[in-house]
Design a binder for this molecule. Structure first.
Ligand code: ARG
Length: 586
């Protein structure tokens, strides 16, 4: 990566110049904001001069004189009050493009210290409607898993499905009284959700129904055979259908260790936490209180009373006075398991922002239990409908992953039909699956995860703009060139000469793929990669308009074909990291 190489050399230049950097001083290099002066820039000299109270320009001159530019930079210059600008040499750039077209990883370097990272994402709740949060979690989590693996981490994906909980009281009562078993066979998730909603409404209106549900729940929790069998069947049927949906989306999990997997561990866990004094009994419940080691405003176990404005305890309850365990108890048992069984260095939770407090409490409790594992809540905002209100699908009701994907594929299929380029039905189906699911994924991943975004079918399926169809089409166009060449000479040679500005601009963009990929993990932001790919596609189109490829000859032709091949590879690999497949035609 140019950025990393420049950073190393800059660091060395400080040493050569005899300048001792203050502890932790950031010698950072960034992409140039204005490429007229260079490809990369650094404000390190300016920042240091400020600290040392010396003249920034003079300091920059000193560093420039010690900077070893050979083979990497064709020019190092100083701009403004002391910015250092670096121009990458054509030779270094050519070598990079070569490396992209010959290697298997588009020249993305591996991390120096691979970690074992458990990624907890998707995690829908059985027999409850899947909501937009699950859509966002599924796509963001899958992308982070792909990128982490690609750069060399050991990744374990775990779908912590909500397969145990109070909803089963209603489902079991519904199963025994209301369930349409035919519908259940065909569409288990939909039928279970329908039943759940129905019983939920009945229970609200009628106390006796609520009591019946509670009775069923207690029976289940006490191991009643019939209820356990019903519960098991609900879980099984749901997982079968879920796996089909994930299959359509090309998403895989290493594990499906749902909440119920930890049932046996919860009792002993609470006993252990009580005996170690981490949890205490309070009004019959086992809870974890603040121990006052954090500043009160940072302490997740403290909250301000709304009325008195005084700070009061907000404990994490791990066992209710009736003996029931909670969501947080399961999460603590899950952490124990992931650390013991998988030696997780990090655990990432891709879950909506409303669960922020829950995770802060769970992480704080885990730390007190002795875990040093890095735990991160990777939060995200909501999806809004085109009207700016909560997002709804055509049916006007549920906003589950299922419905959204089905509709996206249907719409993409209709578009493929309209174009009709002599493709078979099977080909059109496959294109529709790729474009449909890719469009929904890209609409998600091109957004800053923390902001709410508007869901618009027309926008996300459009061939124009920052969309999956636009990017996939750019890939298809790169392939079309090679299809035209089939039969004639296509062997690329190492001889390339970047001369035209459009060629150099494209080569530079291609070289930055590695940086864009690594940047995803800096703050868990897939949109940095999505936006990079969009810029790459634009740069490619400009190149294609400015430079003849097939009508050129010799080294010029070889250079341009190499750029096309490299673009093709980076688009395919990059989209693949977002979880988006490509097609050869569309
Ligand atoms: N099932 C939960 C929900 O739908 C998400 C679970 C997230 N993972 C976890 N370990 N708590 O809200």
């Amino acid at each position: 990566m140019f950025r990393a190489a420049l950073t190393d050399r800059l660091q060395a230049a400080f040493t050569t110049a005899g300048i001792v950097l203050p502890e932790g001083f950031p010698v950072s290099v960034e992409l140039a904001s204005d490429t007229r002066f260079g490809d990369y820039q650094s404000n390190a000299a300016m920042t240091l001069a400020k600290q040392l109270k010396t003249n920034p320009r003079a300091l920059a001159e000193q560093i420039k004189a010690s900077f070893s530019a050979d083979e990497l930079c064709s020019e190092v210059s100083i701009a403004g009050p002391g910015f250092l600008n670096f121009r990458i040499s054509p030779a270094a750039l050519s070598a990079k493009v070569q490396a992209i077209t010959t290697g298997t990883s588009c020249d993305v370097v591996q991390v120096a210290q691979p970690k074992t990272i458990v990624i907890d994402f998707s995690a829908p709740n059985i027999a409850k409607p899947m909501h937009v949060g699950h859509i966002r979690s599924t796509f963001i989590g899958d992308c982070l898993a792909r990128v982490s693996r690609f750069v060399g981490h050991k990744v374990i994906t775990d779908n912590h499905v909500g397969d145990w909980g109070t909803q089963f009281g209603m489902i079991i009562h519904g199963w025994k009284t209301q369930l349409d078993h035919e519908a259940l066979k065909k569409h288990p998730i939909q039928e279970l959700v329908r039943t759940y909603k129905l019983i939920n409404a009945e229970a609200k209106a009628d106390e006796t129904v609520l009591t019946l549900c509670k009775t069923e729940l207690v029976k289940l929790q006490q191991g009643d055979e019939e209820n356990l069998a019903i519960w098991k069947e609900c879980v099984r049927l749901t997982l079968v259908q879920l796996e089909e949906v994930y299959g359509t989306l090309d998403i895989e999990f290493d594990h499906y260790l749902g909440e119920s997997f930890y049932n046996e561990a919860l009792g002993p866990l609470v006993t252990d936490l009580l005996s170690r004094g981490i949890a205490v009994l309070s009004e019959g419940a086992a809870v974890i209180f603040s121990e006052g080691t954090a500043a009160v405003e940072d302490d997740p176990f403290m909250t301000r009373d709304r009325e008195t404005k005084e700070w009061v305890q907000l404990p994490l309850i791990i066992q209710k006075s009736d003996g029931g365990f909670l969501y947080g108890t399961t999460d603590l048992a899950t952490i124990n398991y992931r650390v013991q069984e998988w030696q997780a260095d990090e655990i990432w939770y891709v879950v909506g922002a409303p669960q922020q407090l829950h995770f802060r409490q769970v992480f704080a409790a885990a730390k007190r239990m002795g875990h040093s594992t890095g735990m991160m809540h990777i939060a995200f905002g909501s999806i809004l409908g085109p009207d700016g209100k909560m997002f709804k699908t055509r049916s006007g009701e549920t906003v589950g992953l299922l419905e959204v994907i089905e509709e996206a594929i249907e719409r993409a299929r209709a578009a493929a039909e309209e174009k009709d380029q002599g493709l078979s039905d099977a080909e059109k189906d496959e294109i529709a699956r790729i474009i449909g699911s890719g469009s929904v994924k890209y609409a998600e991943l091109s957004q800053n995860r923390l902001t709410d975004y508007k869901f618009s079918w027309d926008k996300m399926l459009s061939l124009q703009g920052n969309t999956a169809p636009y990017l996939i089409n750019a890939y298809v166009r790169t392939r079309a060139i090679f299809r035209k060449l089939e039969g004639s000479e296509v062997t690329l040679t190492p001889e390339i000469a970047l001369t035209e500005p459009a060629e150099i601009a494209l080569a530079m963009k291609l070289a930055q793929f590695a940086e864009a990929t690594h940047d995803v993990l800096v703050d868990h932001r897939p949109n940095t990669l999505a936006n990079y790919l969009y810029e790459l596609a634009n740069t490619y189109h400009s190149f294609y308009e400015a430079c003849h490829v097939l009508n050129s000859a010799g080294v010029v032709r070889n250079t341009r074909l190499t750029l096309c091949e490299a673009t093709s590879r980076v688009l395919k690999t990059g989209l693949g990291l977002l979880g988006i497949q490509t097609t050869e035609r569309m």
